[in-house]
Ligand binder design. Sequence first.
Ligand SMILES: NC(=O)C1=CN([C@@H]2O[C@H](COP(=O)(O)OP(=O)(O)OC[C@H]3O[C@@H](n4cnc5c(N)ncnc54)[C@H](O)[C@@H]3O)[C@@H](O)[C@H]2O)C=CC1
Ligand SMILES: O=C(O)[C@@H]1CCC=N1
Length: 269
Amino acid sequence: MTQKVAVLGTGKIGEALLSGMIRAGWAPADLLVTARRPERAQELQERHGVTPVTNQEAAKTADTLILTVKPQDMGTLLDELAPHVPADRLVISGAAGIPTSFFEERLAQRTPVVRVMTNTPALVDEAMSVISAGSHATAAHLAHAEEIFGAVGKTLRVPESQQDACTALSGSGPAYFFYLVEAMTDAGILLGLPRDKAHDLIVQSAIGAAVMLRDSGEHPVKLRENVTSPAGTTINAIRELENHGVRAALIAALEAARDRSRALASGNS
Ligand SMILES: NC(=O)C1=CN([C@@H]2O[C@H](COP(=O)(O)OP(=O)(O)OC[C@H]3O[C@@H](n4cnc5c(N)ncnc54)[C@H](O)[C@@H]3O)[C@@H](O)[C@H]2O)C=CC1
Ligand SMILES: O=C(O)[C@@H]1CCC=N1
Protein backbone atom coordinates (compact mmCIF):
# COMPACT_ATOMS: atom_id res chain seq x y z
CA MET A 1 0.00 0.00 0.00
CA THR A 2 1.24 3.50 -0.85
CA GLN A 3 2.32 5.62 2.09
CA LYS A 4 0.83 9.09 2.00
CA VAL A 5 2.80 11.95 3.51
CA ALA A 6 1.17 15.27 4.41
CA VAL A 7 3.01 18.52 5.02
CA LEU A 8 0.91 20.75 7.26
CA GLY A 9 1.61 24.49 7.17
CA THR A 10 3.58 24.48 3.96
CA GLY A 11 5.66 27.66 4.16
CA LYS A 12 9.37 28.04 3.39
CA ILE A 13 10.60 24.88 5.12
CA GLY A 14 7.55 22.81 4.21
CA GLU A 15 7.87 23.66 0.54
CA ALA A 16 11.64 23.12 0.54
CA LEU A 17 11.10 19.64 1.94
CA LEU A 18 8.24 18.88 -0.41
CA SER A 19 10.16 19.91 -3.51
CA GLY A 20 13.16 17.86 -2.39
CA MET A 21 11.00 14.78 -1.83
CA ILE A 22 9.65 15.11 -5.36
CA ARG A 23 13.18 15.55 -6.77
CA ALA A 24 14.14 12.39 -4.88
CA GLY A 25 11.34 10.40 -6.51
CA TRP A 26 8.26 10.69 -4.28
CA ALA A 27 5.13 10.71 -6.41
CA PRO A 28 3.30 14.06 -6.08
CA ALA A 29 0.06 12.03 -5.93
CA ASP A 30 1.20 10.61 -2.57
CA LEU A 31 1.93 14.04 -1.12
CA LEU A 32 -0.73 16.15 0.57
CA VAL A 33 -0.28 19.74 1.67
CA THR A 34 -2.16 22.15 3.86
CA ALA A 35 -1.89 25.91 3.90
CA ARG A 36 -3.73 28.65 5.75
CA ARG A 37 -4.58 30.64 2.61
CA PRO A 38 -6.35 29.06 -0.40
CA GLU A 39 -4.11 31.00 -2.85
CA ARG A 40 -1.07 29.40 -1.23
CA ALA A 41 -2.61 25.93 -1.49
CA GLN A 42 -3.31 26.54 -5.17
CA GLU A 43 0.24 27.81 -5.74
CA LEU A 44 1.65 24.61 -4.20
CA GLN A 45 -0.60 22.46 -6.35
CA GLU A 46 0.42 24.32 -9.53
CA ARG A 47 4.13 24.26 -8.71
CA HIS A 48 4.45 20.67 -7.49
CA GLY A 49 1.34 18.75 -8.54
CA VAL A 50 0.57 17.88 -4.91
CA THR A 51 -2.94 17.71 -3.45
CA PRO A 52 -4.11 20.50 -1.15
CA VAL A 53 -6.34 19.28 1.69
CA THR A 54 -7.59 20.63 5.00
CA ASN A 55 -5.68 19.88 8.19
CA GLN A 56 -8.46 17.51 9.24
CA GLU A 57 -8.39 15.64 5.93
CA ALA A 58 -4.61 15.33 6.19
CA ALA A 59 -4.95 13.94 9.72
CA LYS A 60 -7.42 11.31 8.55
CA THR A 61 -5.75 10.30 5.27
CA ALA A 62 -1.99 10.58 5.60
CA ASP A 63 0.22 7.91 7.17
CA THR A 64 2.83 10.49 8.11
CA LEU A 65 2.10 14.07 9.14
CA ILE A 66 4.92 16.60 8.95
CA LEU A 67 4.08 19.74 10.90
CA THR A 68 5.97 22.78 9.62
CA VAL A 69 4.09 25.70 11.15
CA LYS A 70 5.86 28.27 13.35
CA PRO A 71 6.35 27.12 16.95
CA GLN A 72 3.87 29.80 18.08
CA ASP A 73 1.17 28.28 15.82
CA MET A 74 1.72 24.66 16.88
CA GLY A 75 -0.72 24.68 19.82
CA THR A 76 -3.61 25.92 17.65
CA LEU A 77 -2.79 23.42 14.91
CA LEU A 78 -2.72 20.55 17.40
CA ASP A 79 -6.05 21.61 18.92
CA GLU A 80 -7.50 21.29 15.43
CA LEU A 81 -5.76 17.99 14.60
CA ALA A 82 -5.83 16.03 17.83
CA PRO A 83 -9.37 14.58 17.58
CA HIS A 84 -8.67 13.33 14.03
CA VAL A 85 -5.20 11.76 14.18
CA PRO A 86 -5.33 7.97 14.68
CA ALA A 87 -2.66 6.82 17.17
CA ASP A 88 -0.83 4.71 14.55
CA ARG A 89 0.15 7.76 12.49
CA LEU A 90 3.68 9.09 12.59
CA VAL A 91 3.80 12.77 13.52
CA ILE A 92 7.00 14.62 12.61
CA SER A 93 7.54 18.11 13.96
CA GLY A 94 9.88 20.46 12.15
CA ALA A 95 9.44 23.30 14.62
CA ALA A 96 12.18 24.92 16.66
CA GLY A 97 12.00 24.51 20.39
CA ILE A 98 8.85 22.45 20.80
CA PRO A 99 9.59 19.15 22.59
CA THR A 100 8.05 15.82 21.54
CA SER A 101 6.24 15.73 24.91
CA PHE A 102 4.17 18.76 23.77
CA PHE A 103 2.72 16.63 20.96
CA GLU A 104 2.43 13.47 23.03
CA GLU A 105 0.38 15.30 25.66
CA ARG A 106 -2.07 16.59 23.04
CA LEU A 107 -2.39 13.60 20.67
CA ALA A 108 -3.85 10.12 21.23
CA GLN A 109 -1.94 7.95 23.68
CA ARG A 110 1.20 6.32 22.29
CA THR A 111 1.23 8.39 19.07
CA PRO A 112 4.77 8.16 17.65
CA VAL A 113 6.39 11.58 17.39
CA VAL A 114 9.74 12.47 15.81
CA ARG A 115 11.34 15.89 16.15
CA VAL A 116 13.47 17.18 13.28
CA MET A 117 15.45 20.39 12.90
CA THR A 118 16.39 20.92 9.28
CA ASN A 119 17.66 24.07 7.53
CA THR A 120 17.06 26.08 4.36
CA PRO A 121 19.82 24.45 2.26
CA ALA A 122 17.11 21.78 1.86
CA LEU A 123 16.28 23.91 -1.20
CA VAL A 124 19.52 22.73 -2.83
CA ASP A 125 19.59 19.22 -1.32
CA GLU A 126 22.30 20.25 1.16
CA ALA A 127 20.24 20.39 4.33
CA MET A 128 21.47 19.29 7.73
CA SER A 129 18.53 17.64 9.49
CA VAL A 130 18.85 16.57 13.10
CA ILE A 131 16.42 13.87 14.21
CA SER A 132 15.21 12.73 17.66
CA ALA A 133 12.65 10.17 18.73
CA GLY A 134 9.80 10.90 21.11
CA SER A 135 8.76 8.33 23.74
CA HIS A 136 6.76 6.12 21.37
CA ALA A 137 8.76 6.42 18.15
CA THR A 138 10.45 3.18 17.09
CA ALA A 139 13.56 2.54 15.01
CA ALA A 140 11.25 2.15 11.99
CA HIS A 141 9.74 5.61 12.61
CA LEU A 142 13.22 7.15 12.86
CA ALA A 143 14.26 5.38 9.67
CA HIS A 144 11.17 6.74 7.91
CA ALA A 145 11.97 10.29 9.07
CA GLU A 146 15.54 9.80 7.83
CA GLU A 147 14.26 8.63 4.47
CA ILE A 148 12.12 11.75 4.12
CA PHE A 149 14.70 14.27 5.28
CA GLY A 150 17.52 12.34 3.57
CA ALA A 151 15.86 13.46 0.34
CA VAL A 152 17.10 17.01 1.00
CA GLY A 153 20.54 16.43 2.51
CA LYS A 154 22.30 14.87 5.48
CA THR A 155 20.61 13.54 8.58
CA LEU A 156 21.94 12.94 12.07
CA ARG A 157 20.24 11.30 15.05
CA VAL A 158 20.75 13.07 18.38
CA PRO A 159 19.19 12.75 21.83
CA GLU A 160 16.33 15.21 22.14
CA SER A 161 18.24 17.00 24.93
CA GLN A 162 20.63 18.26 22.20
CA GLN A 163 17.96 19.59 19.84
CA ASP A 164 18.05 23.19 21.10
CA ALA A 165 21.83 23.30 20.66
CA CYS A 166 21.53 21.80 17.17
CA THR A 167 18.90 24.39 16.29
CA ALA A 168 21.42 27.10 17.22
CA LEU A 169 24.19 25.47 15.19
CA SER A 170 22.65 24.08 12.03
CA GLY A 171 19.00 25.22 12.06
CA SER A 172 20.01 28.87 12.22
CA GLY A 173 23.52 28.18 10.90
CA PRO A 174 23.01 29.22 7.27
CA ALA A 175 21.93 32.69 8.45
CA TYR A 176 25.32 33.27 10.09
CA PHE A 177 27.14 32.43 6.86
CA PHE A 178 24.85 34.71 4.84
CA TYR A 179 25.53 37.45 7.39
CA LEU A 180 29.29 36.94 7.06
CA VAL A 181 29.08 37.09 3.26
CA GLU A 182 27.06 40.30 3.54
CA ALA A 183 29.62 41.88 5.86
CA MET A 184 32.61 40.72 3.78
CA THR A 185 30.97 42.07 0.63
CA ASP A 186 30.64 45.44 2.39
CA ALA A 187 34.36 45.21 3.14
CA GLY A 188 35.03 44.64 -0.55
CA ILE A 189 33.11 47.82 -1.35
CA LEU A 190 35.10 49.72 1.25
CA LEU A 191 38.24 48.46 -0.48
CA GLY A 192 36.99 49.81 -3.81
CA LEU A 193 35.54 46.74 -5.53
CA PRO A 194 32.17 46.79 -7.31
CA ARG A 195 29.47 44.97 -5.27
CA ASP A 196 28.88 42.18 -7.81
CA LYS A 197 32.58 41.35 -8.07
CA ALA A 198 33.03 41.48 -4.29
CA HIS A 199 30.01 39.16 -3.94
CA ASP A 200 31.40 36.64 -6.45
CA LEU A 201 34.84 36.61 -4.80
CA ILE A 202 33.39 36.01 -1.36
CA VAL A 203 30.83 33.40 -2.44
CA GLN A 204 33.41 31.36 -4.37
CA SER A 205 35.80 31.60 -1.40
CA ALA A 206 33.00 30.38 0.86
CA ILE A 207 32.23 27.45 -1.45
CA GLY A 208 35.92 26.54 -1.70
CA ALA A 209 36.36 26.72 2.07
CA ALA A 210 33.19 24.67 2.68
CA VAL A 211 34.28 21.92 0.28
CA MET A 212 37.73 21.79 1.93
CA LEU A 213 36.13 21.59 5.36
CA ARG A 214 33.94 18.72 4.19
CA ASP A 215 36.39 16.79 2.03
CA SER A 216 39.98 17.40 3.15
CA GLY A 217 39.77 15.63 6.50
CA GLU A 218 41.87 18.47 7.98
CA HIS A 219 41.03 20.35 11.15
CA PRO A 220 39.79 23.92 10.50
CA VAL A 221 42.76 25.30 12.45
CA LYS A 222 45.18 23.57 10.05
CA LEU A 223 43.25 24.82 7.03
CA ARG A 224 43.36 28.38 8.39
CA GLU A 225 47.07 28.11 9.23
CA ASN A 226 47.76 27.09 5.64
CA VAL A 227 46.33 30.45 4.55
CA THR A 228 48.09 32.46 7.25
CA SER A 229 51.61 33.25 6.01
CA PRO A 230 54.25 34.61 8.41
CA ALA A 231 54.21 38.42 8.30
CA GLY A 232 51.53 38.11 5.63
CA THR A 233 48.10 39.61 5.05
CA THR A 234 45.83 37.04 6.72
CA ILE A 235 47.37 37.31 10.18
CA ASN A 236 46.65 41.03 10.15
CA ALA A 237 42.99 40.29 9.48
CA ILE A 238 42.91 37.55 12.15
CA ARG A 239 44.37 39.97 14.72
CA GLU A 240 41.52 42.39 13.99
CA LEU A 241 38.93 39.60 14.32
CA GLU A 242 40.42 38.69 17.72
CA ASN A 243 40.61 42.38 18.78
CA HIS A 244 36.92 42.75 17.98
CA GLY A 245 35.98 39.62 19.88
CA VAL A 246 34.46 37.86 16.88
CA ARG A 247 35.07 34.38 18.34
CA ALA A 248 33.43 35.34 21.64
CA ALA A 249 30.60 37.05 19.74
CA LEU A 250 29.90 33.85 17.79
CA ILE A 251 29.87 31.75 20.95
CA ALA A 252 27.50 34.22 22.64
CA ALA A 253 25.31 34.39 19.52
CA LEU A 254 24.83 30.64 19.33
CA GLU A 255 24.19 30.47 23.06
CA ALA A 256 21.45 33.11 22.61
CA ALA A 257 19.90 31.10 19.77
CA ARG A 258 19.96 27.94 21.93
CA ASP A 259 18.30 29.88 24.79
CA ARG A 260 15.60 31.16 22.44
CA SER A 261 14.90 27.64 21.24
CA ARG A 262 14.50 26.56 24.88
CA ALA A 263 12.17 29.48 25.57
CA LEU A 264 9.94 28.55 22.63
CA ALA A 265 9.24 25.28 24.46
CA SER A 266 7.49 27.19 27.22
CA GLY A 267 5.26 29.01 24.76
CA ASN A 268 7.08 32.38 24.80
CA SER A 269 5.89 34.20 21.68
N1 LIG B 1 13.13 29.03 8.18
C1 LIG B 1 14.10 28.25 8.61
O1 LIG B 1 15.29 28.43 8.31
C2 LIG B 1 13.79 27.08 9.49
C3 LIG B 1 12.56 26.93 10.08
N2 LIG B 1 12.33 25.83 10.86
C4 LIG B 1 11.04 25.65 11.49
O2 LIG B 1 10.11 25.40 10.45
C5 LIG B 1 8.85 25.93 10.80
C6 LIG B 1 8.33 26.79 9.65
O3 LIG B 1 9.22 27.84 9.42
P1 LIG B 1 9.14 28.62 8.04
O4 LIG B 1 8.90 27.67 6.95
O5 LIG B 1 10.31 29.51 8.02
O6 LIG B 1 7.81 29.50 8.33
P2 LIG B 1 6.70 29.99 7.30
O7 LIG B 1 5.98 31.08 7.99
O8 LIG B 1 7.31 30.23 5.97
O9 LIG B 1 5.74 28.70 7.18
C7 LIG B 1 4.76 28.36 8.11
C8 LIG B 1 3.45 28.22 7.36
O10 LIG B 1 2.49 27.65 8.20
C9 LIG B 1 1.22 28.18 7.83
N3 LIG B 1 0.28 27.91 8.91
C10 LIG B 1 0.26 28.40 10.16
N4 LIG B 1 -0.76 27.87 10.86
C11 LIG B 1 -1.40 27.01 10.03
C12 LIG B 1 -2.52 26.17 10.18
N5 LIG B 1 -3.19 26.07 11.32
N6 LIG B 1 -2.87 25.41 9.11
C13 LIG B 1 -2.20 25.48 7.94
N7 LIG B 1 -1.15 26.28 7.74
C14 LIG B 1 -0.74 27.03 8.77
C15 LIG B 1 1.52 29.64 7.59
O11 LIG B 1 0.50 30.25 6.84
C16 LIG B 1 2.86 29.55 6.86
O12 LIG B 1 2.69 29.46 5.46
C17 LIG B 1 9.02 26.68 12.11
O13 LIG B 1 8.49 25.90 13.15
C18 LIG B 1 10.51 26.85 12.26
O14 LIG B 1 10.90 26.79 13.61
C19 LIG B 1 13.25 24.85 11.02
C20 LIG B 1 14.46 24.95 10.45
C21 LIG B 1 14.87 26.09 9.69
O1 LIG C 1 14.84 31.38 13.36
C1 LIG C 1 14.13 30.42 13.61
O2 LIG C 1 13.42 30.39 14.64
C2 LIG C 1 14.08 29.23 12.69
C3 LIG C 1 14.50 27.97 13.39
C4 LIG C 1 15.88 27.66 12.91
C5 LIG C 1 16.06 28.56 11.79
N1 LIG C 1 15.06 29.37 11.64
